[in-house]
Design a protein around this ligand. Structure first.
Ligand code: PLP
Length: 395
């Protein structure tokens, strides 16, 4: 047998990708499985974005670019931060990467050593803890349950900060809960962070535009501009422009940190695909009118899904303010079902008996929940809910 590294043995494959692969495999066998596992919009990439990429191929823009991204895309990102977030950056403070995933990976590799701690509020995006482990550091999980609307409180943060804390990760709107921090809530977290200058902050704004909260989007820098010298903003085009396959994400932050992340990227992937960079530039500079119809559709599905989920026996779902995920609590349904002892069992049960694929909440650090992606048509969603309802019953 081949002896593998301790590093790779510390982590697990992405559970969301695994559920999606399993649903696709069952479908290929002829099973009528409805996959609600994947985290990608069901819309097509808008036409003007595709056209820009096709033009780039025809023009021969098919060679290496600068490791940290083309000047054109960097300018588009700088323009986006100014326009949408009121934030000012220079090109040396921007790094373009192969998806938001690589942005966080580069950050972890550039910042963390053995013994360093990273505070991750749970429920969390599945990749944060594993990417921290890959960097030899220690994830420190703060649980924010359904009773606190999946958002951490300042006292919880204060209690878990130590001398070894290097980074806090904030993801709002959140995958998997759709929870959104208000500007006031971020300001309260900022009060705590001000007392601990050794802690950097990563704000993952990937779902910034997929939002229907009462107030406009804010990240921690909007709430606390004085934290800019230790905050890194992560974002990307994957979700907002239905561009998951193009693999373009970007980061903005202090120059020395961005330079270190660029060094990691220069010795791993080099530049993101030249053509995809042109497409991302067209997305960020082009007409932003393509976003609203997608968000409207997500909101409609959200409303229907939440109301229907709350009628299923043993299921409780909070309305959320963004993303395309619902994160219902199935703990009462789990307790009431023979042979089902936890959320993984429940996911298995729903897959086998209702042919609906969901992701167990424990993958996101929240047992008893399941994550449903509603990036699928209303008709398919209704069909999935009919099946779950039939299996578990209604209240
Ligand atoms: N951040 C969050 C919170 C996400 O949910 C995702 C995708 O699921 C990403 C980052 C990474 O996106 P990508 O690497 O596809 O750009």
């Amino acid at each position: 047998t081949i002896r593998l590294s301790g590093r790779v043995n510390r982590i697990k494959p992405s559970p969301t990708l695994a559920v999606d692969a399993r649903a696709k495999a069952l479908k290929a066998q002829g099973k009528d499985v409805i996959g609600l596992g994947a985290g990608e919009p069901d819309f097509d990439t808008p036409e003007h974005i595709k056209e820009a990429a096709i033009r780039a191929i025809r023009d021969g823009f098919t060679k290496y670019t600068a490791v940290d991204g083309t000047p054109g895309l960097k300018q588009a990102v700088i323009g986006k931060f100014k326009r949408d977030n009121g934030l000012d950056y220079t090109p040396e403070e921007i790094l373009i990467s192969v998806g938001g995933k690589q942005s966080f990976f580069n950050l972890a590799q550039a910042l963390l050593d053995n013994g360093d701690e990273v505070i991750i509020p749970a429920p969390y995006w599945v990749s944060y803890p594993d990417m921290v482990l890959l960097a030899d550091a220690t994830p420190v999980i703060i649980s924010a349950g359904i009773d606190q609307a999946f958002k951490i409180r300042p006292e919880q943060l204060e209690r878990r900060i130590t001398r070894n804390t290097r980074l806090l990760v904030i993801n709002s709107p959140s995958n998997p809960t759709g929870a959104v921090y208000t500007r006031a809530e971020l300001a309260a977290l900022g009060e705590v962070l001000r007392k601990h200058p050794q802690v950097l902050i990563a704000t993952d704004d990937m779902y910034e535009h997929i939002l229907w909260a009462n107030e406009p989007f804010s990240n921690i820098l909007n709430a606390c501009p004085d934290l800019k010298d230790r905050t890194i903003v992560l974002n990307g085009v994957s979700k907002v422009y239905a561009m998951t396959g193009w693999r373009i994400g970007y980061a903005a932050g202090p120059k020395p940190l961005i330079a270190a992340m660029k060094k990691i990227q220069s010795q791993s992937t080099s530049n993101p695909t030249s053509i995809a960079q042109v497409a991302a530039e067209a997305a960020l500079n082009g007409d932003q009118g393509c976003i609203a119809p997608m968000v409207r559709a997500f909101k409609e599905r959200h409303d229907r899904l939440v109301s229907r989920l709350n009628k299923i026996r043993g299921v409780r779902c909070l309305p959320s303010e963004g993303t395309f995920y619902a994160f219902p609590d199935f703990s009462r349904a789990i307790a009431a079902t023979d042979g089902v002892n936890n959320d993984s069992d429940m996911a298995e049960y729903l897959l086998n008996k209702a042919e609906v694929a969901l992701v167990p909440g424990s993958a996101f650090g929240a047992e008893g929940h399941l994550r449903l992606s509603y990036a699928t048509s209303m008709q398919i969603l209704d069909k999935a809910l009919d099946r779950i309802e039939k299996l578990l019953g209604t209240t």
